[in-house]
Each structure stands twice: as structure tokens, then as C-alpha cells.
Ligand binder design. Structure first.
Ligand code: IMP
Ligand code: MG
Length: 179
């Protein structure tokens, strides 16, 4: 499947299943090494990170637990800039290493809000892990500690990422074709 059509728009495969799998393993290896001995909470940002984090977390051998947060700044193809917090930080973060796991970092607005909130809650250290990163779009202040793939400023779907709620179940990542 080298291309897919979602709601009448054409998307072309850009990162294959195998390549994703290998990169996720490499990220897990780095985290296992770098965070050894720390008290770690993995915090997945829903909905997009659920597939990435499911694969990543099964390769983590740190003593750690996992929780999820739901925020949203996207409607359709562009960031609205409005971020709604739907389910909150009920997990204890105080003094802990919080590994924020994102599907993709675009403008960084979502991330800024999360980091702010985690600091208010007294997180010891905040580490950012994202499968995809769009450096051209990023305006955030925080360093992106671990990025699976740096990609151009294209809209992408698959492996957890959606277009209007669809296509999260695709095993590869596809980018919107220019028309
Ligand atoms: P930011 O706040 O602009 O960095 O947007 C981050 C969130 O927007 C991500 O967690 C995604 O859910 C969504 N997003 C950003 N870029 C894309 C994309 O290319 N495809 C699908 N969702 C995206
Ligand atoms: Mg997201």
C-alpha cells in the first residue's frame, strides 16, 4: 500500500512499518540506558501517541509506570492553537522523572502547556520523546530530547496519527500529497 485516500485526500507512504519498528527499538534502548535508576513516569499524550507508546513501552525495562493525558489543538489539517485539557494530571508527578510521549511535535504549543503544568505539579525532570518532529514548525522553548524522525512541514497520518479521526490504524506513516 504505497498510497491511501482518506476523506477524498491522497496520502503517500513516507515511513514504512519496518523503519518505524527499528527506530522505536533504538529510542527504547536510549531511554533504558539514559534513565536507569530514576523514578520514571511515562506520560502519553492522547490520542495520537497510543500506538507509539504501546510499542515503545514494551521495550522499556526501567522500573516505571505509565499514564495518559488528553489534549487537543488540531481540527482537520491545521492547529487551532486552542488547547483543551480533557483528562487531567491525576497521577503523582512530584519529584519524578516524567517522560512525555508525543506522536508528533509541530508548533510545540501542546508541549509548552504540558511542561508548564508538570512544573507546577513539581515534576523533578521532564524528558520529551516524540516519534515525529517538524523542526520548521517548532517554536517551543524546550529541547526535544528524543525524536524518532525529523520530517518536513507536511501533514502526516498513520501509526496513531489521524486525519479527522481516521487513519490511526495504518501501520506506516503517510504524508499528504500535493495536489
Ligand atoms: P502542536 O501543539 O502544534 O505541536 O501540535 C501537536 C499535536 O497536533 C500532535 O500531538 C498531533 O496530535 C497534532 N498534529 C500535529 N501535526 C500533525 C500531523 O501532521 N498529522 C496529524 N496530527 C498532527
Ligand atoms: Mg497528539
Amino acid at each position: 500500500m504505497n498510497q491511501v485516500t482518506v476523506r477524498g485526500r491522497r496520502f503517500i507512504k513516507s515511513i514504512g512499518e519496518k523503519e518505524i519498528e527499528e527506530r522505536v527499538s533504538e529510542l527504547a534502548t536510549s531511554l533504558n540506558r539514559d534513565l536507569e535508576g530514576e523514578d520514571v513516569l511515562f506520560l502519553g499524550i492522547l490520542n495520537g501517541s497510543f500506538i507509539f507508546l504501546a510499542d515503545l513501552y514494551r521495550e522499556i525495562d526501567l522500573e516505571s509506570d505509565i499514564s495518559f493525558l488528553k489534549l487537543s489543538s488540531y481540527e482537520g489539517l491545521t492547529s487551532t492553537g486552542k488547547i483543551k485539557e480533557l483528562i487531567g494530571f491525576d497521577e503523582m508527578v512530584e519529584g519524578r522523572t516524567v517522560v512525555v510521549v508525543e506522536d508528533i511535535i509541530d508548533t510545540g504549543r501542546t508541549l509548552n502547556k504540558i511542561i508548564e503544568d508538570l512544573k507546577k505539579k513539581g515534576a523533578g525532570r521532564v524528558v520529551i520523546v516524540t516519534l515525529l518532529y517538524k523542526p520548521e514548525a517548532y517554536h517551543g522553548a524546550h529541547r526535544i530530547d528524543y525524536a524518532g524522525f525529523e520530517i518536513p512541514n507536511d501533514f502526516v497520518i498513520g501509526y496513531g496519527l489521524d486525519y479527522d479521526g481516521l487513519a490511526r490504524n495504518l501501520r506506516s506513516i503517510y504524508r499528504l500529497a500535493e495536489e
